[in-house]
Design a protein around this ligand. Structure first.
Ligand SMILES: [Zn+2]
Ligand SMILES: [Zn+2]
Length: 344
């Protein structure tokens, strides 16, 4: 099969013929029809992710058609249109048994712990648990964003954040996750304030339903004033010092800060937080990593009945051979919304 292969970090991907992934008895091979590029791919390409072994095929947000299943698979068949979360569960460990497959002890991440979807085919292990059937009319390009950014935002806003109609939701960082969070906040009836450093993403945020769009510099004061004390829920969708601190600082008393963005090089996993403010305001700090496959149902229902349109996030469609160039440009914040590979 054709795949874009990473032989050395920070070097261009090379387009090659490679062997197909070996199909385990409980797995499914999915013929990739569309796959998104996101900041996690950039982190992987930069060498920030220890789980990647070279040579490697990136790509973790995909949708496609099941080509083949192992003999133990019961619920998924060749021909099914599916996506899968970027964090696939094993189904057997304690978090998986409790239903939290996104924090599985032996999680399999296509494009990180295993070869991903910048290829004609990708493996989904424990297919009955991890393959999510797609509604018939949902385009592959739109569905590709569901398995990563959209579902990450859905879990952060709806499940961890418990955003309700009338709440103020602040979103710091208007990349793919941030813009998804804005759409979801609106769909749930929240009043959304978007924050970013660049005018392009802020404009997009407004188009997707943000009531206010603020420059990061004086966002905290702005949010406090607009909301009369702070946001009920605030999300750091990027994972740098400024977005994280602003997010914690802009919550109102007993507000919730949801950390979705992972740190990159500069922060090395550490960001200093205003602890006294967290105590005095009883701010809750909640980490959020993706969403388990079984919880996709509620999100897909909102897509089906027209409350959510993940296709709106797709900004650009490219060929597999263009992936390398897009990855390299990502550190310049040169992308708005979601770029999807749909030509292999
Ligand atoms: Zn992603
Ligand atoms: Zn597990």
């Amino acid at each position: 099969m054709r795949a874009a292969v990473l032989h050395a970090f920070r070097e261009p991907l090379s387009l090659e013929e490679v062997p197909e992934p070996r199909l385990p008895a409980d797995g499914a091979l999915v013929e990739v029809r569309a796959t998104g590029l996101c900041r996690s791919d950039w982190h992987g390409w930069m060498g920030h992710d220890d789980s990647i072994a070279l040579p490697h095929v990136p790509g973790h947000e995909f949708a496609g058609v099941v080509a083949e299943v192992g003999p133990e698979v019961r619920g998924i068949r060749p021909g099914d249109r599916v996506t899968a979360p970027f964090c696939c569960g094993c189904g057997a460990c304690e978090p998986c048994r409790l239903g939290h497959t996104q924090i599985c002890e032996r999680d399999y991440q296509p494009g990180f712990t295993g070869w991903g979807s910048f290829a004609e085919r990708v493996l989904v292990p424990v297919a009955d648990l991890n393959c999510v059937p797609l509604p018939g009319e949902l385009a592959f390009e739109a569905a590709a964003a569901l398995g990563c950014r959209f579902m990450t935002a859905f879990a952060a806003v709806g499940e961890r954040g418990r955003v309700r109609a009338g709440d103020w939701l602040a979103v710091h960082g208007c990349g793919g996750v941030g813009l998804s969070a804005i759409m979801l906040g609106r769909a749930l009836g929240a009043r959304v304030i978007a924050v970013d450093v660049a005018p392009g993403p802020l404009e997009r945020a407004r188009e997707l339903g943000a009531e206010h769009a603020l420059e990061a510099g004086d966002a905290v004061a702005g949010i406090r004033e607009l909301t009369g004390g702070g946001a009920h829920v605030s999300i750091d969708a990027l994972g740098v010092k400024a977005t994280c601190t602003n997010s914690v600082m802009c919550t109102r008393k007993r507000g919730r800060h949801i950390q979705v963005g992972l740190t990159s090089g500069a922060e090395q996993g550490q960001i200093a937080l205003p602890i006294d403010i967290i105590v005095l305001k009883e701010v809750r700090i909640i980490g959020s990593l993706g969403m388990q496959a079984p919880n996709f149902g509620r999100m897909l229902q909102m897509v089906e009945n027209g409350k959510l349109n993940p296709g709106k996030l797709v900004h650009k469609k490219i060929k597999l051979e263009e992936a390398s160039g897009v990855l390299e440009s990502m550190d310049k914040y040169g992308t708005i919304g979601v770029t999807v590979i749909n030509q292999y």
